[in-house]
Design a protein around this ligand. Structure first.
Ligand SMILES: Cc1ncc(COP(=O)(O)O)c(C=O)c1O
Length: 460
């Protein structure tokens, strides 16, 4: 059937004053019509040429909008055939998520959510990911559907080597990339590999995420503490076989490792495990390259998609020194025979097409605005607080001039305000009462309201 032989009309309008692009407006209306059943599975829709004519827009806009809807599973497009609504009906992934239960873990629902460590997952690029995933399913070779290299799919290791070299200054040969199911798995693999080659101790920054100590112990290493000050990890106190570091943005203090400390750490023979967890988010300071770029044979570089896309993906990577490669690859093989390969290929396509760059550009602007809203609101409602670590990342540390940290945490809990305090990060060091506030997950008005509520809760 000729695509244009019988024009059909469709009730789609466009508003040239709207901030939404013309293509997005067409997509929105067609999605809604299909979801609401106004356009049934199999129903014909106008050809792109007819739609462009009806709306007085360029055909390109219509073609792109249809391609997007097809990628999401709403439309079926076949060469030479009329476009129609997909026979399977609206895709499930667009179903609005159910409201969170009143109590997910027995705790009351939060009124204000400043919990750090999670990006704005509501902005997960569903359409672009779905497109990459469809491509991956279509393209994956039969051999790749069987058991294959536990270190990962070649296409992803190549795409990661390119991306990390370009964006983070990592010296990355694809042969040194090991795909993991996230940073946490990667850390465990490295600890076990180090233990198998004779290491006994690993220094962990104080403060830092508490799970790391447990992971190190499970990995057969004894964790020791490495204090952090305003220049970052105290290199002069490092006396362990290995050390876990967050050089670009210390977690959680937000301190950037100074160049003197970088040099001192590089001079120390310990194996450095670099957790580059949120370095893509930088707002008002120059890029800080990865430590790995200075000494690729003694630094294990680790990253994941948990801060850039969503923790649910469980996709991460290691770039490893040559002498540790086989030991770490062996641990990966014993752990799970390799990370899910279709998802790996999807991430490769996503990176190759520049989708991650595009997503990060959008998210950086969003997070910067949220960070600014947080800082402004803190200045207004808690003017004596000292705000730190805000040049990068997705959270701020806020030192209060007085008060008891445990009592402050209790009051925040009572007011149903989700946040962390420094005590949540396994610190042995004396410190002023300090809040760790994530700003990624709430809109600017919600951030302002949350800070106001927090200040009120602290005053009572
Ligand atoms: C300091 C730090 N590193 C890494 C990660 C990412 O861990 P994963 O990739 O296992 O989700 C997180 C997540 O919260 C984190 O806070």
């Amino acid at each position: 059937v000729n695509e244009t032989s019988q024009p059909i009309e469709l009730l789609v309008g466009i508003d040239r004053e709207s901030p939404r692009t013309l293509g997005a407006q067409i997509e929105d209306q067609l999605r809604a019509a299909i979801r609401e059943g106004r356009l049934a599975p199999g129903a014909r829709v106008p050809s792109t040429r007819d739609l462009a004519r009806q709306l007085g827009i360029s055909r390109r806009v219509a073609v792109d909008a249809y391609a997007q809807l097809a990628a999401e599973g709403y439309l079926a497009l076949r060469q030479g055939a009329r476009p129609e609504v997909a026979a399977t009906g609206p895709p499930l992934e667009r179903t609005p998520p159910p409201a969170p239960p009143a109590s997910a873990n027995g705790a009351p629902r939060l009124r204000h959510d400043f919990r750090p460590s999670v990006p704005d997952v509501s902005a997960f690029p569903r359409a672009a990911w779905l497109k990459a995933l469809r491509e991956a399913v279509n393209e994956i070779a039969d051999a790749d559907l069987a058991y294959a290299d536990p270190c990962g799919v070649d296409a992803l290791r190549e795409a990661l080597a390119d991306y990390l070299g370009r964006v983070r200054g990592v010296v990355a040969d694809p042969a040194r990339v090991i795909v993991t199911s996230g940073y946490s798995q990667g850390l465990g693999l490295v600890c076990r590999a180090l233990a198998s080659t004779g290491a006994t101790t690993v220094a962990i920054e104080d403060p830092s995420n508490p799970e790391q100590r447990d992971i190190a112990v499970r990995g057969g290493l004894t964790p020791t503490r490495l204090p952090v000050d305003e220049q970052g990890a105290r290199a002069d106190e490092l006396r362990a076989d290995a050390v876990v570091l967050t050089p670009a943005h210390q977690h959680p203090t937000g301190v950037v490792l100074s160049s003197e400390r970088r040099a001192a750490l590089i001079a120390n023979p310990a194996i450095k495990i670099e957790d580059d967890y949120d370095a893509e988010y930088r707002y008002d300071r120059a890029a800080v390259g990865a430590l790995q770029g200075l000494d690729p044979e003694r630094v294990v570089y680790a990253g994941s998609t948990s801060k850039t896309l969503a923790p649910a993906l469980r996709l991460g990577w290691l770039v490893v020194p040559a002498h540790l490669h086989d030991a770490i690859a062996n641990e990966k093989r014993l752990a799970d025979i390799g990370t899910a390969r279709i998802e790996q290929l999807a991430l490769a396509r996503f990176l190759e097409r520049g989708e991650l760059d595009r997503h990060l550009r959008r998210m950086r602007a969003r997070y910067r605005a949220r960070r600014d809203a947080l800082v402004e609101a803190l200045h207004e409602h808690l003017p004596d607080a000292e705000i730190k670590g805000i040049a990068a990342g997705l959270h701020a540390t806020v030192e209060l001039p007085s008060g008891d940290e445990a009592e402050i945490a209790r009051r925040a809990r009572e007011a149903r305000i989700g946040l962390n305090t420094l005590a949540d990060y396994e610190t042995a060091a004396p410190h002023p009462p300090t809040l760790v506030l994530g700003y990624a997950q709430q809109s600017e008005p919600a951030i302002r309201a949350g800070v106001k509520a927090l200040a009120a809760a602290l005053r009572t």
